[in-house]
Design a protein around this ligand. Sequence first.
Ligand SMILES: Cc1ncc(COP(=O)(O)O)c(C=O)c1O
Length: 396
Amino acid sequence: MSSLRAKMPALLNKTYFNYGGQGPLPDSTLEAIIESWRNIQKLGPFSTSVWPYIAKETLKTREILASICGIPPHRLALTENVTIGCVLPLWGLPFVPGERILLSDSEHPGIFAACKEIARRKNLQIDILKVHNLQEVSINKKSNDSFINSFKRQLKPKTRLVVISHLLWNTGMIMPIIEITKLLRDHPNKPYLLVDGAQSFSHISIKEIASEADIYGFTGHKWAFGPEGLGGVALSERVLSESDPTLIGWRSIKNENFIDENESDLFHKDSRRFEIATSCIPLMAGLRSSLELLNHEGGIEERLKKIKNHSFMLWDEISQINGLENLLIDPPPSGIVSFKLTNKLNTDQVIKYLSNKKIFIRSLLHPNCLRACLHLTSTENEIRALVDSLKNLIKI
Ligand SMILES: Cc1ncc(COP(=O)(O)O)c(C=O)c1O
């Protein structure tokens, strides 16, 4: 067993493929969280001695996440999850009625719903960019060009925001975001770019794109093996200067004394304008501990190479099973392997059958498919167990 895997109690009693839903917590991460919590109790919890500790924890975490995103710390807001990171700044953008949002058809329902609601309230139009049926974007130049051409056709003069995931949660396709940023730069309405990094953080390299996007939201609780409840968002300088804070609390404001001092310019000019109020400080030590553990496994590119060896094994096996069909026609560019059922079975039956064997994958609705995620901690035995179970089920 790999030493990384041995550190994860969640992996000892099951065959786990849901890293894109939530990653397991290493024991050392749990210990780092508990130690930080103890420290807060020793110093505080609400005392003059605890504030420097909290400030240090926040600063360290902000600096580390900002450096992963390739941005200065003042552009990194700490959040609780991907959705908050994407949606809070989204609500603050200065839309004008009649403007348009270009939204990929593969966004998470929460982000999709927020865009629909903002469009309803601010009188905007939504255009849908079809990406869920792409099978080979980024893999060869011809298909990339055809995607870019269709993207250009969808961009309208009044497009003010483009919303797209970096790594699609359904098909596992990596979107050509750098090409998109170039097109947006040349667009007369200078659309904002919101990128959902839920599946990409600590999975594929994000620096180049997180530093270029206007809003790049991510979380620690999926591919980074961090605790649920802590994520971040990388914000562009123009979002910081042009958008309004939305969900407002004491962390968003510069000076708590503004009532006495008749202050009208209330909010931080930096990313803190999108931070709100009390949050769980011990999670920060946990996430940093997980990120360090991952760094011991190699840099992001080296880790992705190992992950792709695992996902290729599963993708290759699935391509040989009658009754299953991979969504991607080429080997997956990440750890996500999604496939369809082409016989009478439905996805609920498969999930139930596998869960009874303590094998965990998930189903998705758009497109209707099954998704298995492979990480550094995945093993050949796990892949074998999943493949054999799928074959057995299909035979029944
Ligand atoms: C692409 C994508 N966006 C957003 C989310 C929601 O994440 P969170 O609960 O951290 O907001 C998920 C969760 O699976 C996701 O896969």
